[in-house]
Write a protein that binds this ligand. Structure first.
Ligand SMILES: C[S@@+](CC[C@H](N)C(=O)[O-])C[C@H]1O[C@@H](n2cnc3c(N)ncnc32)[C@H](O)[C@@H]1O
Length: 406
């Protein structure tokens, strides 16, 4: 069965059933469709499309097969242990006793992930504070999975991964199964939400989206991660699944534990991240997940404008090719004090002006500064500008030199 037939099948669902599966990875779709078609003895997409057109009940069955609902309490135990020990205390430390703690389990399947979060929070806060502060939003695209989640009742096998002490404390064994404590359950709100279509829940302290992005194609993953970035409070945490690697290559989030796929909404956005977040029109032209550092470094290195970059304490940390040629210096000068460069030894006033800019952040221009080397006298226009990142953190100064020798 070829990709073309699959595309026709997916296009039909999109146009006629309002169901857009085109953003899921083809390999996953092929596998899952194969499973469903095998169950009903069909071996090609066009015959299956025909089958589906004549049976209104088929689409939910197919979606059930595609939205693999596999989940569990404390799935990947060591990652949850890390979250409990290293992340939740940080969230709580930032909160006053009356401030809400907002958590989103985005793609919660049958609810085990959301209740795992409730267990960790109630253990960390005690019941009273938990009921006062915690709000867990738990969403999924799959209504059938949500129905199970809302019932908060699990089988023996399902609760096998809950630590016995927690099981005793927060579950009641009934004839139906293990019922999660109804009072704690009140702080977990379940709702249908499609990550690819619906607006994200906002102002989050912690966003958990595990084992779901990996089914999306690259573009859909990028779009979802950008939405997640908006959804989080500054310094909020995001907890992804083991197989979700794309985020590690992005600068959108700061790694907290790469091993456990825990990141925070940090302050280290790079220029192309900012472009992507701020300007819809350029989004499609920019791949957020390319190695942006390399890109900007080579732009700096090859610029025809001679430029030096210094830290707030006057250490030279950048000198592009044009300036190295003009001043006859090399990359070996990087890391040392600016005052060691011959230009700065000769021009005392230039030293003074750089210090001034580093102190008071105001830009300075020196016109026709004279500098002699190897018996040649150069005239330079020199601009010194303080530089900060987009959040206003002071980084140092940029010094650009134009050779205006007549
Ligand atoms: C493998 S389960 C993961 C459940 C849980 N997060 C975990 O890690 O154990 C994937 C879940 O993603 C949900 N899902 C798939 N596509 C989705 C979408 N576009 N929006 C929201 N949920 C989606 C599925 O319904 C399914 O419940």
């Amino acid at each position: 069965m070829n990709d073309r037939e699959l595309d026709i099948f997916l296009e039909y669902l999109k146009q006629n059933q309002g169901c857009d599966l085109t953003v899921y990875k083809h390999s996953t779709l092929q596998r899952r469709l194969g499973v469903r078609m095998g169950q009903i003895g069909i071996d090609n997409y066009s015959a299956y499309l025909d089958y589906l057109k004549h049976r209104p009940n088929e689409l939910p069955i197919l979606l059930d097969t595609i939205f693999i609902n596999f989940t569990g309490f404390f799935r990947d135990t060591d990652a949850w242990e890390y979250l409990a020990k290293e992340v939740i205390p940080k969230i709580l430390n930032r909160k006053k006793a009356h401030e809400p703690i907002r958590i989103w389990s985005a793609s919660c399947a049958s609810g085990e992930e959301a209740y795992t979060l409730a267990l960790l929070l109630v253990e960390a806060l005690g019941i009273e504070q938990y009921l006062l502060q915690v709000q867990i939003y738990a969403t999924d695209v799959d209504e059938a999975a949500l129905r199970q989640a809302r019932q908060h009742c699990y089988t023996n096998a399902q609760v096998a991964s809950v630590p016995p002490a927690l099981l005793n404390k927060y579950f009641e064994l009934t004839s139906q199964g293990y019922v999660f404590n109804p009072t704690l359950r009140r702080r977990v709100i379940f709702a249908r939400h499609n990550l690819l279509e619906d607006a994200p829940i906002s102002k989050l302290d912690l966003l958990v989206c595990r084992n779901t992005l990996m089914y999306f194609n690259h573009d859909a993953q990028v779009k979802t991660l950008v939405r997640f970035h908006f959804a989080l409070k500054n310094l909020g945490f995001i907890f992804l699944g083991k197989a979700e690697t794309l985020v590690s290559r992005s600068c959108l989030f700061t790694p907290v534990s790469v091993k456990h796929r825990i990141f925070s909404k940090g302050a280290n956005l790079e220029s192309n991240d900012i472009l992507l977040l701020s300007n819809k029109n350029v989004q499609s032209n920019i791949d957020l997940f390319t190695d942006s550092k390399g890109f900007w470094q080579s732009a700096f290195e090859t610029s025809p404008i001679a430029q030096l970059i210094v830290t707030p304490n006057s250490k030279l940390i950048g000198a592009n090719k044009s300036v190295r040629t003009l001043l006859n210096i090399s990359v070996k000068d990087l890391g040392y004090s600016l005052q060691k460069l011959p230009l700065f030894i000769q021009l005392g006033e230039l030293n003074f002006q750089v210090e001034q800019t580093l102190q008071n952040r105001s830009p300075v221009t020196l016109k026709n500064a004279q500098w002699s080397t190897d018996g040649i006298v150069y005239e330079l226009n020199i601009d010194i500008v303080a530089i900060s990142d987009y959040q206003g953190r002071f980084l140092g100064a940029s010094i650009t030199l134009s050779n205006v020798t007549p």
